[in-house]
Design a protein around this ligand. Sequence first.
Ligand SMILES: Nc1ncnc2c1ncn2[C@@H]1O[C@H](COP(=O)(O)OP(=O)(O)O)[C@@H](O)[C@H]1O
Ligand SMILES: [Mg+2]
Length: 499
Amino acid sequence: MKKLPKLGFLYLDYVLRFFDNSNFKGWPDKIEKVVYHWKNDKKRFINEIKKKKIDILIGNIPATAYDTFVEISKELPNVRFVPSIHAQFPNKSKENVTIFCKKNKLSIPKTKIFEDKEKGLKYLKEKASYPQIIKRSYGPSNYGGYYVHKVDNYAEAVDLINKKKYSPIYTQNAIKLKNNGDIRVMLIGHKPVCAFWRYAGKNQWITNTSQGGHMSYNNIPMNALELAVKSSKAARAEYFACDIAICEKTGKAYILECATAFAAFPYIRDWIGQYLMWDFTKGKFKLPHIPLFSWEELGKINSNLLRTMRHIGFSKYKPSYDGEFIINDDPSFSMEKICEDFYKNFPNNIIETRLELSKQTNNNKDLVDKQLKKMNLNKASLTELMTLHAMQEELAIEIHQYVQENIITDSTDLLELEEIDEQMLKCWDNNLCDMRIDINNINNDILLKIKGIGKKLAKIILEYKKDVGAFKSIDELENIEGIGKRKLEELKSRFKIGE
Ligand SMILES: Nc1ncnc2c1ncn2[C@@H]1O[C@H](COP(=O)(O)OP(=O)(O)O)[C@@H](O)[C@H]1O
Ligand SMILES: [Mg+2]
């Protein structure tokens, strides 16, 4: 692998850590940690990034540090910030959310922002429709609506503004919330990876799952997801979250809030980590497999178990770690064939029993095959089939049915079945015997059951056999008119001389 970029986690004192090493499981190099200590720490911080030779700095910038980090990023032009400073613009304030949405024509409730208190009051008195939602714009957001207020008329608005002294005045039309809730959508690489309704508690207007509200993954409307995707793309955000209101009357979706900083479940942080590693290595790391629209199911799964899901693929069969080892590496601990002089070293009484057994049956060879050796798929019972690596009941039944109509002379004949791939067959090879058919023991029925042999070919083979009596070598098939070199090679994998 080409040299990987040097990663660093951006941490800030007193701020909850969004990522740690566990989210970047598998990253082969050390990931640096750089802590910003607030207050006049800019220079030291920049030097530390340089000293540690960090190429990519990963982490969310909290609202109050946003402007400082804009400056820091300018002094580190070769460092990639993830998410980008641009993507983090809406993290800073509600005002920034509004500017971002307006600039990108993303649907939001009608919003006015006034630096000047008198102008604000004038708007609230003469123009605003009620209820209005008045919010503190700047500072810590996502405080469960602590800085978000509903006013039903001008008098309440004046009262609130005098009391709270929010500056600027940030006021927006209240959306009559459908289902008395709003929708949180989380995206990774512009793909919605989780979305749920957050409902208000009893007698509350604000959606707050920590104060009596609850959540549900059911019936997330498509327009909410579309709006979320559009906003994530506009932000060019590696990961993003939106709070979206659906108007009860019109069904229209509005962004209430969006940011790269949000409360993400641990398994989502893992997915983000995997997504970023995919990005940083230009695809050498695999994208996480994220089942779309399975949020309800995900919501029911214990979150520890869910973290394990990052290792589970739902795609085509791939061998487990152990299986892969057997397939890819020269197996130094693989099972070996028992030694040839097995019988010689056998204690006498066992040999006698075996001889006894073989006397009892004409089909001595079959018996030995069955007891000691390898499986012939044409004769195997379901139980025997089930001993093959990665075999499933349904597939065993399918193979059983397949051999009613066909004779398998080579395991690759089974590639016809949808569930079977070459890797699987490779795993079985050591367990299967030579299934080729004795060419001196054929008839029309048998021939027609063999892959690649049609009526015409069967006829000419049987005619030749009638003429010569018995084949001495498979190569003789080439004497038959109509069988060329290529067909001969193919037939060699289908026939042998003797059992
Ligand atoms: N314009 C609005 N119309 C209706 N409800 C709103 C509006 N703005 C906010 N809310 C409600 O208030 C909650 C908190 O608002 P938000 O802007 O997300 O602030 P916070 O920073 O506290 O999360 C939202 O989740 C939503 O339930
Ligand atoms: Mg919010």
